[in-house]
Design a protein around this ligand. Structure first.
Ligand code: NAD
Ligand code: TYD
Length: 337
């Protein structure tokens, strides 16, 4: 597949994926469709936009006419769908837009992919569709879907629609379900960049509840290489879990960040918990490793160091994204907690 439509390619993971494709697979043409919500940022693509193999279009995945025309115009062969509302906390405040983009937007893309007989539809999903684990065990590809937040419910709905298009009409699809990502260009509403930003500014680090919630962290570059392998090697109709085998409690992660930045642990502040907070996520990635030869390139310790270095070297990027709307978001989310 040489001509792909990447949706949400100005967001955190999408932009990292576009960069990977242009850097490492320059025989691929990328059409990047992103509506540029608060999370979409053309600065994430700096140095990559003025390029004959990467065309950026500002637009909505729910706009069927626009998407269909773009696919014809650019002779697109496959779609990689990153576009989404992606933050659990926001979904607990305003779930409607999660249904619009994550469910209806995906449905719009699916209909067009079928109509245009595209070679592949790759849905970028999340381990959160499986719900929450207790102290033991891992999510596998056959774990039943049991989403708990409006965000994960919208992603599970989209996954089911994708599989239904495959089952009913033979749409050649893949679904990837990845654990928590971290790395360059992540918007500082998510835990790791929020904590780095607060620590850099000597602000309190808000830990929800007891801080013993566990996430299985994966460096974003490694997620992107897995998606590339699935896109280029996987059989149609297959689902792959992707994870780093890096389970950490939130407190462990925050302590590492403080240590690396030479900041005191007294900055940690336990605040009111997230409603319905999933206790633990952990991914069994053996299928993608065995079948597609994928493996992560960095350990968590290496990845977090690279990430902190990136935020230290890119204070302009950080200052731009935390100005304006972000201040209001932060005020609304954390005051009174
Ligand atoms: P993000 O919020 O940083 O980026 C989402 C991008 O989608 C933004 O650029 C935004 O402008 C764009 N977008 C939103 N609505 C759109 C619409 N209607 N039309 C076109 N573009 C639209 O999210 P992210 O963290 O990069 O996540 C990307 C994908 O990966 C999502 O589908 C998410 O569910 C999935 N995922 C994320 C993680 C994680 O840890 N961040 C883990 C597993 C899976
Ligand atoms: P987040 O980055 O929002 O990802 P997700 O909820 O999709 O896993 O949160 C990661 C973990 O960090 C999760 O257990 C919630 C917790 N968290 C905090 O304790 N404080 C915060 O300010 C944020 C944003 C998250």
């Amino acid at each position: 597949m040489k001509r792909i439509l990447v949706t949400g390619g100005a967001g955190f993971i999408g932009a990292n994926f576009v960069r990977l494709v242009l850097d490492e697979h320059p025989d691929t043409f990328v059409l990047n469709l992103d509506v540029l919500t608060y999370a979409g940022n053309l600065e994430n693509l700096k140095g990559y936009t003025d390029n004959p193999i990467h065309v950026f279009v500002k637009g909505d995945i729910c706009d069927a006419d626009l998407v269909a025309n773009l696919i014809d115009e650019h002779k697109i062969e496959a779609i990689v769908n990153f576009a989404a509302e992606s933050h659990v906390d926001r979904s607990l405040v305003e779930p409607g837009v999660f249904i619009e983009t994550n469910v209806k937007g995906t449905l719009t893309l699916l209909k067009i992919a079928l109509d245009k007989k595209l070679e592949r539809f790759l849905q970028v999903s999340t381990d959160e569709v499986y719900g929450s684990l207790g102290a033991d065990g891992f999510f596998t590809e056959t774990t039943p879907l049991s989403p708990n937040s409006p965000y994960s419910a919208s992603k599970a709905s989209a996954d089911m629609l994708v599989a239904a298009f495959g089952h009913s009409w033979g749409l050649p699809y893949n679904i990837t379900r990845c654990s928590n990502n971290y790395g360059p260009f992540q918007f500082p509403e998510k835990m790791i960049p929020l904590m780095i930003n607060n620590a850099l500014n000597d602000k309190a680090l808000p830990i929800y509840g007891d801080g013993l919630y566990v996430r299985d962290w994966l460096y974003v570059y490694d997620h992107c290489t897995a998606i590339w392998n699935v896109l280029t090697q996987a059989r149609a109709g297959t689902i792959y879990n992707i994870g780093g085998n890096n389970e950490k409690t939130n407190l462990e992660v925050v302590r590492l960040i403080l240590d690396r930045l030479n900041k005191p642990e007294s900055l940690i502040r336990h605040v009111k918990d997230r409603p319905g907070h999933d206790r633990r996520y952990a991914i069994d990635s053996s299928k993608v490793m065995r079948e597609l030869g994928w493996k992560p390139t960095v350990t968590f310790e290496e990845g977090i160091n690279k990430t902190i270095d990136w935020y230290l070297a890119n204070t302009d990027w950080l200052n731009h994204v935390v100005s304006g709307q972000y201040q209001q978001y932060y005020e609304d989310m954390y005051s009174g907690r």
